[in-house]
Each structure stands twice: as structure tokens, then as C-alpha cells.
Design a protein around this ligand. Structure first.
Ligand SMILES: *[C@@H]1O[C@H](CO)[C@@H](O)[C@H](O)[C@H]1NC(C)=O
Ligand SMILES: *[C@@H]1O[C@H](CO)[C@@H](O)[C@H](O)[C@H]1NC(C)=O
Ligand SMILES: *[C@@H]1O[C@H](CO)[C@@H](O)[C@H](O)[C@H]1NC(C)=O
Ligand SMILES: *[C@@H]1O[C@H](CO)[C@@H](O)[C@H](O)[C@H]1NC(C)=O
Ligand SMILES: *[C@@H]1O[C@H](CO)[C@@H](O)[C@H](O)[C@H]1NC(C)=O
Ligand SMILES: *[C@@H]1O[C@H](CO)[C@@H](O)[C@H](O)[C@H]1NC(C)=O
Ligand SMILES: *[C@@H]1O[C@H](CO)[C@@H](O)[C@H](O)[C@H]1NC(C)=O
Ligand SMILES: *[C@@H]1O[C@H](CO)[C@@H](O)[C@H](O)[C@H]1NC(C)=O
Length: 293
């Protein structure tokens, strides 16, 4: 190694060594997580004597890792999971939540959170599980929901979201469960969603979604166990090749405007336990190979 190479090597080393501090003067730590959780606390209107009121207080020697509903990672000691279901919490979700950069699991189902989800949540690249079922979030479902590379489970059922389902959801290539039932979604289901081959549950019941189902959708959904699309405004014929969704256990397509013949392949879905096709304009009969329905 000559001197110039050595010099470049050395400056590169120095740069990489200092890289985190180049971006921000102090790297985030558990104090950052504490500020984020206190910001959440201050945006909640608590019922009297709520358990969080006294428990979520910054006192040494206890850390946020000991707070109710908070789990920290064993190695990094940053907040990894936030579990606050069924707690009667009324409030909004502050942008500070986006600073919980080690968060993997977010469960705030069955509370009364309202307003928009902060776009800063998109900074949490480690998120695998998001459950905000049964709250009153509203507005458009943000485009950045497609930006979680590791997301496995997303449940936004029973909120007041409107607008269309973002095209970028097709980027969620680890997704197994996508539940967006009982909101006010309109427009068609982006065809890219039917290409997420990891999907096991796809549920859009009770919206105002329109359009057709993509032809041969089952070719790309080999793991699908539940398809719930009832109570929308979907139309057209059922896609051919339904037998390719060979693991399907529940198929709910009732209360739509589907037309044409009921495809005989439904009779070849040997795992099927629940079938709901009523309230469409379908014709024909289903011949079931097995009498387990
Ligand atoms: C965390 O960072 C803050 C600055 O944001 C600093 O004052 C504090 O000492 C750090 N705490 C730990 C435990 O490293
Ligand atoms: C909060 O609750 C947890 C779990 O019940 C408990 O271990 C912890 O000591 C409590 N912290 C405070 C400050 O009350
Ligand atoms: C929601 O949480 C409340 C307690 O806040 C509980 O009484 C109720 O049963 C829960 N509902 C559901 C559907 O889980
Ligand atoms: C956390 O996020 C908020 C809002 O996004 C920001 O104002 C704040 O400075 C961030 N950093 C810390 C260390 O709390
Ligand atoms: C939910 O929010 C909407 C407005 O976004 C409001 O009209 C409605 O009353 C709220 N519902 C509940 C149960 O809080
Ligand atoms: C979710 O919304 C649907 C449609 O409004 C309603 O029938 C159902 O009871 C709701 N679920 C809960 C747990 O409230
Ligand atoms: C779905 O995947 C298939 C095969 O990889 C590809 O031919 C098709 O264009 C994709 N469709 C969409 C809507 O991305
Ligand atoms: C469906 O089952 C019938 C009867 O067992 C069989 O003849 C037919 O080839 C199967 N069709 C498909 C598409 O798998």
C-alpha cells in the first residue's frame, strides 16, 4: 500500500467511524424512546385513575422498559414492542412515535385514537406487526405504508379511513395478513396486491371497492387461506384458476355485483370450510367434491 492509498484508506475509516455522528450530534438512545412515549402520553386524554397515568412516569432507577405495555430488546435495550390494546385510550398519535427506531411490534387495537397516522412512522424500518383495529383513525391511508420492508401483519379494520388503497402496498413482499375491513375505501384494489405470494389472509369486507378481480390471481397466491371481499361494489366474472389457491379455507365474496357462472373449480378447493357467495348476480350450481361445507 503506498502512502496515498493509505491516506485514502485512513480518511475513509475516519469517515465511517464517525458516520453516525455526522448525521446527528447524539445518536438516539433509550432517552429518545422515553421522550417519544411521554409525547404519546401527553396526547392522550385519560379516563380517571387510568393505569398509565402513574405508571408511565420518568423516575430513576426504573426505565421505560419497565412501563406497562412496553417491551425492550434484550441486546439493544431500546423499545421493541408497544402493546396497548383494549385500554380505553382517547387521543392522537404524535410524530415522535417515529423516533422509536427499534420498534418491531405496535398494537394499539380497540382504543379511541383518531386523526391521521403520523408520516414519521415510515422511519421505523424494523416494523413487522401493526394492529390499529377498532379505533377512529381517518383520512387517506398513507402511501408510505408500502415502505416497511419487513411488515408481516397489518390490521386497520374498523377505522374511518377513506380514499384509495395505495399502489405501493405491492412492495410489502413479506406480508402475510392484510386486513382493511369496515372503512370507507373506494377505487379498485391495486393488482399488485394480488401478487404478494406470502399472503395468507386478504380482507377488505365492508368498503366501497369497485372493479374486477385480476385474471389468474390465484397463480400468484399459493398460500392464501382466507379471502374476504364481501360487501363492496366488485364486478365482473370470478377469475379462472381458483383451484390454484389450494390452501383456501374461507372465501367470502357476497354482496357485490359479480356476474357469470359460479366456477366449478370451487368444488376442487378441498380445504374450504366457509363459502359465502350470496347477493351477487351469479348463475349455476356448485358441485362439491367433499361434503364438508
Ligand atoms: C442519550 O442521549 C442523550 C442526548 O440525547 C444524552 O444526554 C444521554 O446521556 C444519553 N443517555 C444514555 C443512557 O446514553
Ligand atoms: C409499572 O408497571 C409495571 C408492571 O406492572 C411495574 O413493574 C412497574 O414497577 C410500574 N412502574 C411504576 C413507575 O409504577
Ligand atoms: C375493547 O376494550 C374494552 C375495554 O376498554 C372491552 O370492554 C371491550 O370488550 C373490547 N372490545 C373488543 C371488541 O375487544
Ligand atoms: C423525535 O421526533 C420529533 C418529531 O418528529 C422531533 O421533534 C424530535 O426532536 C425527535 N428527537 C428526539 C430525540 O426526541
Ligand atoms: C370518528 O371520526 C369521525 C370524523 O373523522 C366522526 O364523525 C365520528 O363521530 C367518530 N366516531 C367515533 C365513534 O368517535
Ligand atoms: C366493525 O365494523 C362493522 C361494520 O360497521 C360492525 O358490524 C362490527 O360490529 C365492528 N366491530 C366491532 C368489534 O365493533
Ligand atoms: C404479477 O406477477 C406476474 C409474474 O411475476 C407478472 O407477470 C405480472 O405482471 C404481475 N402483475 C402485477 C400487477 O404486478
Ligand atoms: C376438479 O376435480 C374434478 C373431479 O375430481 C377433476 O375431474 C378436475 O380435473 C379438477 N379440476 C381442476 C381444475 O383441478
Amino acid at each position: 500500500m503506498d502512502r496515498t492509498t493509505l491516506f485514502h484508506f485512513f480518511t475513509a475509516f475516519l469517515f465511517l467511524y464517525n458516520f453516525p455522528t455526522c448525521l446527528s450530534r447524539t445518536p438516539p438512545n433509550i432517552t429518545t424512546d422515553q421522550s417519544a412515549l411521554l409525547a404519546l402520553k401527553s396526547s392522550i386524554a385519560f379516563p380517571p385513575d387510568h393505569i398509565l397515568v402513574n405508571n408511565w412516569t420518568a423516575t430513576t432507577p426504573t426505565s421505560v422498559c419497565d412501563w406497562v405495555g412496553v417491551t425492550c430488546g434484550k441486546l439493544h435495550r431500546r423499545v421493541a414492542a408497544l402493546d396497548l390494546p383494549n385500554m380505553g385510550l382517547i387521543g392522537t398519535t404524535p410524530p415522535h412515535l417515529g423516533n422509536l427506531s427499534f420498534l418491531v411490534h405496535l398494537d394499539i387495537r380497540n382504543n379511541s385514537f383518531y386523526g391521521d397516522l403520523p408520516k414519521e412512522l415510515a422511519n421505523i424500518r424494523r416494523l413487522k406487526y401493526i394492529n390499529i383495529y377498532l379505533n377512529n383513525f381517518s383520512g387517506q391511508i398513507p402511501q408510505w405504508f408500502g415502505a416497511f420492508p419487513k411488515l408481516v401483519h397489518l390490521n386497520v379494520d374498523n377505522n374511518s379511513f377513506s380514499g384509495s388503497i395505495p399502489q405501493d402496498f405491492g412492495n410489502l413482499q413479506s406480508l402475510k395478513v392484510l386486513k382493511m375491513e369496515f372503512n370507507q375505501f373506494t377505487g379498485s384494489i391495486p393488482p399488485t396486491i394480488f401478487n404478494i405470494s406470502s399472503l395468507e389472509v386478504l380482507a377488505f369486507t365492508g368498503n366501497s371497492l369497485s372493479g374486477n378481480l385480476p385474471a389468474h390471481m390465484c397463480n400468484y397466491l399459493p398460500n392464501l387461506k382466507g379471502l374476504y371481499l364481501s360487501a363492496n361494489e366488485l364486478e365482473g366474472h370470478f377469475p379462472p384458476g381458483l383451484q390454484e389457491c389450494s390452501k383456501l379455507q374461507s372465501l367470502s365474496l357476497s354482496i357485490n355485483q359479480f356476474t357469470g357462472r359460479i366456477p366449478s373449480e370451487i368444488g376442487n378447493l378441498t380445504m374450504l370450510k366457509g363459502l359465502n357467495l350470496g347477493d351477487n348476480s351469479l348463475e349455476g350450481k356448485i358441485f362439491l367434491k367433499f361434503s364438508h361445507l
